[in-house]
Design a protein around this ligand. Structure first.
Ligand code: AGP
Length: 599
């Protein structure tokens, strides 16, 4: 998620804009930039890295003027560097634009603009916006913006300024934008946190609305130019609450981000039933797939084994990156090695993929952070577009990693000339709505969690593709509540772990529909007869399950190979509530770092 702030008024724009960007730092970013207009001349500065780098620019003091826009970039297309940082300026040097979102048709638009002589310098999707505005500009920035947004597909929150016009023009579709009103001028922001120091009076733009903002007034219109009357809201939140979107913790915010994150992960990747990925090697000569990762990403890799083998019929092995890197792995040019990493900086995963390359394997990265080290190491990649994940416990990255694995499987099958199962694609696109439904059960799960805050141990059991779901549920609980939790294949209990079962051993069963459903109910009976307390997560009404379980958590049905994506959400909420009820630091659990960049 990028950060946008704009200001027009009587005050010095630079200090307001820089201060506003600093309020957006919590969202995560990799570069920043600012444009200010002074006496009809536009000055723009951009820097990779922190806002403090921008402030160190020697020209920062030239930024005099009372109108400007600024931006913190969370890269989605194009590595984090000065060239790809916003604002983007047109060829005339008179128009500056900042953007938050993803423009799906940017490649097609870029081709047309370059044929018309526009010099597009960056690797971003956003830069095409300023060139479109330049193309359509004939004296009115508002008109040029209206024509521009009609060409765009995808999600955008855009703010633009022209050195010859005393206004800021904004447009919104799919990414947030608010107008801030004060007696010292008017503001624009992607997040009220950026302007709360100056005003609590805001107007929220809706999709397909534009606005022209002057020093002391604004006009909002729809995409056809019809004026729209807007209500002025009064912000009651504190800055801290806003940073977490009103949630108590980043982890809970990120759990609730999942419907949007799943949507963004799928965005632009299926067109007319065909999978669109930039994996550039012939998939016909793949004999084996090896997936390497750590922690939660390793659990996604385990789900990936079931998924990819089911879809592509290619044998898949999964290995801890930390083991693979030292095992002198037997991989070669007929193998594809996939590395999964939210941060793209995990030292073991980076070392593993370097080892794979050394052995001649083709490499693919499934990564969240654009431009991270691992993404520059692999031959091809899929960005999961989950947005910044700030809580140490990974949540939305896990579910998006599995979506990316499903898309990869379908892509490999498609590129091998085989027909792609449309049922899987339909089921993928149903996930955002179904995940929203599950989030409604958070209060119910919190009530269940209350009973287990004093537990010393926990078992998570699942079968088949939901065995990794059990592992992930156990990891979530142990890493933020410090309760010793273990995930296990349900059928393995009789080979030892069932000795652990007594009244003090709660067991969380992941028991959604599968050919082994009856067998897992049998495992529940084995636990029940030994006094174990059972929580069951399921997608179907079953009298036996209800009679065996202390609590049953229902989730919507989906196809089995995608069920870990929905099934993991209640286990994330369960772990969150247990930890929160214990009064622990959910976002920053002891001993842990968000990204393990050391061995
Ligand atoms: C997950 O909740 C943990 N924070 C941790 O296991 C994490 O998944 C692991 O360190 C891998 O990180 P990566 O995905 O950024 O490579």
């Amino acid at each position: 998620m990028c950060g946008i702030i704009g200001y027009i008024g009587e005050e010095n724009a630079k200090s307001i804009l820089i201060n506003g960007l600093k309020k957006l730092e919590y969202r995560g970013y990799d570069s920043a930039g600012i444009s200010v207009v002074n006496n009809k001349s536009l000055i723009t500065l951009r820097k990779k890295g922190r806002i403090s780098e921008l402030e160190k620019c020697e020209d920062i003091n030239d930024l005099e003027g009372n109108r400007g826009i600024a931006h913190t970039r969370w890269a989605t297309h194009g590595a984090p560097n000065e060239l790809n940082a916003h604002p983007h300026v047109d060829c005339s040097g008179k128009i500056s634009v900042v953007h938050n979102g993803i423009i799906e048709n940017h490649s097609a638009l870029k081709k047309v603009l370059e044929q018309e002589g526009h010099k597009i310098k960056s690797d971003t999707d956003s830069e095409i916006i300023v060139h479109l505005i330049e193309k359509f500009y004939s004296g009115s920035l508002e008109d040029a913006m209206a024509k521009t947004v009609k060409c765009l597909t995808g999600a955008f929150g855009i703010a633009a300024i022209h050195s010859d016009e005393d206004n800021i023009v904004i447009a919104k579709k799919g990414s947030p934008l608010v107008i801030g009103i004060s007696n010292k001028g008017m503001f624009v922001a992607s997040d009220v946190a950026a302007i709360l120091d100056y005003t609590k009076k805001v107007i929220y733009l809706n999709d397909n609305e534009l606005a022209v903002i002057m020093k002391d007034h604004y006009v909002v219109s729809d995409i056809n130019g019809e004026q729209v009357d807007k209500i002025v809201d009064e912000i009651t939140w504190s800055v801290q609450e806003i940073e977490k979107g009103g949630f108590d913790h980043f982890m809970l915010k990120e759990i609730y981000d999942q419907p949007k994150a799943l949507e963004n992960c799928l965005r632009g990747r299926v067109k007319d039933g065909k999978i669109k990925l930039s994996i550039d090697f012939p998939p016909n000569d793949i004999e084996r797939i090896v997936i390497v990762a750590c922690g939660t990403s390793w659990h996604a890799a385990l789900v990936g084994k079931y998924l990819l083998e089911n879809i592509t019929n290619i044998p898949v092995e999964v290995d801890y990156a930390s083991e693979f890197r030292y095992r002198n792995p037997l991989v070669n040019e007929r193998d594809v090695v996939i590395v999964i990493s939210q941060s793209g900086e995990t030292a073991d995963s980076l070392a593993a993929i370097k080892e794979a390359k050394k052995k001649g394997a083709k490499t693919i990265g499934i990564v969240n952070v654009v431009g991270s080290t691992i993404t520059r190491e692999v031959d091809s990649g899929i960005y999961i577009h989950a947005g910044p994940e700030i809580g140490v416990a990974s949540t939305k990255a896990f579910t998006c990693q599995i979506v990316a694995l499903a898309l990869l499987g379908l892509y490999l099958k498609q590129e091998r000339g085989l027909s792609v199962d449309q049922k899987i694609i339909e089921a993928l696109y149903e996930l955002p709505e179904k995940s929203k439904k599950i989030l409604e059960s958070s209060k119910e799960i919190e009530m269940i969690a209350k009973e287990f805050v004093n537990s010393k141990n926990f078992l998570f059991l699942g079968r088949g593709i939901n065995f990794p779901t059990a592992l992930e549920g156990a990891l979530k609980l142990k890493e933020i509540s410090y309760i010793h939790a273990e995930g296990y294949p349900a059928a393995e209990m009789k080979h030892g772990p069932i000795a652990l079962i007594d009244e003090e051993m709660p067991v969380f069963f992941v028991a959604t529909d599968s050919e082994n459903f009856k067998k897992i109910v049998g495992n529940m009976e084995e636990v029940k007869t030994r006094g174990g307390k059972i929580i069951t997560l399921t997608d179907q009404k079953d009298d036996t399950v209800e009679s065996l379980s202390e609590h049953v958590i229902y989730v919507p049905k989906t196809i089995e190979i995608l069920s870990p994506i929905l099934n993991t959400i209640p286990t994330q909420l369960f772990a969150y509530h247990v930890s929160n009820l214990m009064g622990l630091d959910v976002d920053k659990p002891r001993n842990l770092a968000k990204s393990v960049t050391v061995e």
